[in-house]
Write a protein that binds this ligand. Structure first.
Ligand SMILES: [Ca+2]
Ligand SMILES: [Ca+2]
Ligand SMILES: [Ca+2]
Length: 318
């Protein structure tokens, strides 16, 4: 989501989801009573050495025109120099944008980072967080704008293992009632704005952490909060609740790696789980084939590629 597209985003998304928003307004719903008591999501002791990924290994949109690259957002130092989230309701511009193009095997839809020789270890709970600039355009659940990312990690930048990604699909008109009605499974060729439908993807969650204007401790960044959304009835009725990382972003645990990728043998996987990884690859989901449908993953109609603000690892060793 880029600065010049905000107006378009609001127009398109409001038009697309007009029926639901109106329904919510008629119901008198008010968003966001935040209850930060959700408990820890990570290892959380001060002996851990959290670090941002500071090495740019491959950022093909840097200096490249075309193939979906965007010259205004092709500076990869925006990823490595700090996370500057813009909060739950808007997207940061301190980002490097990958495209959604399938050209050259998805080259321009890929970003590879490292910790400049450091190894990201597997600690209890989440091991790293990917920060993108997702946001909730109407300030409440069910109005999230996302650019989905598929994440994988490697020790040698050749043999990558990823997570068991699964897209659950869009149900009905993608309303809360549709989403909550029975199983999550819907039309996997249509896009759902519910982050819960996108299992083990990044690019789902807004970023609250901003190193300048909203500094947070590493322990807090790896901890969770639960937000409950009530309507204005008397007494108020809980409409929805959602658990997120306190600083936003999407967290990953090496204990959940899978051998799904062709480059990920059991040996490679066990080595990463036991010893850690050095490289992280971020790919636009839209540039990749969903094995469930044999088609590209669907995306928000106005999406043009994920916008990556930074990647924070929980424990890095030399
Ligand atoms: Ca985005
Ligand atoms: Ca872990
Ligand atoms: Ca940044």
């Amino acid at each position: 989501m880029k600065i010049q597209q905000i107006a378009l985003v609001f127009m398109a998304t409001l038009i697309a989801h007009c029926a639901q928003i109106n329904k919510e307004e008629i119901a008198g719903e008010t968003p966001a009573t935040t209850n930060p008591g959700g408990g820890g999501g990570g290892g959380g002791t001060s002996t851990l050495n959290a670090q941002l990924a500071t090495g740019v290994v491959d950022a093909p949109c840097n200096g490249h025109t075309g193939d979906g690259c965007q010259s205004s957002f092709s500076d990869p130092t925006k990823v490595t120099s700090g996370v500057k989230g813009a909060g739950w309701g808007s997207g940061s511009f301190d980002v490097y944008s990958i495209s959604e193009s399938t050209a050259d095997g998805g080259k321009y839809a890929t970003l590879i980072l490292d910790w400049q020789g450091g190894t990201v270890k597997n600690v209890p709970g989440l091991d790293f967080i990917v920060y993108e600039n997702a946001f909730e355009y109407a300030g409440t659940y069910g109005t999230r704008f996302m650019d989905l990312i598929i994440v994988s990690v490697s020790q040698n930048n050749t043999d990558y293992c990823g997570w068991p990604v699964e897209y659950k699909g869009k149900k009905g008109s993608d309303s809360l009632a549709d989403f909550q009605n029975g199983s999550l499974t819907g039309d996997k060729n249509a896009y759902s704005k519910w982050p819960e439908a996108w299992i083990h993807f990044a690019g789902k969650s807004p970023t609250a952490w901003n190193k300048d204007t909203n500094p947070m401790s590493y322990d807090d960044l790896f901890a969770t909060k639960t937000t409950e959304y009530y309507n204005t009835a008397t007494p108020p009725v809980l409409m929805y609740s959602r658990t997120d990382l306190k600083g936003g972003g999407d967290g990953f645990d090496l204990d959940n790696l899978t051998t799904d990728a062709a480059t990920c043998t059991a040996t490679v996987l066990n080595n990463i789980v036991t010893n850690g990884f050095k490289y992280i690859k971020l790919q636009a989901a839209r540039s990749l084939i969903n094995p469930d449908t044999s088609a590209l993953y669907p995306h928000e109609a106005i999406s043009n590629g994920p916008d990556i603000d930074g990647v924070l690892a929980r424990h890095v060793v030399p």
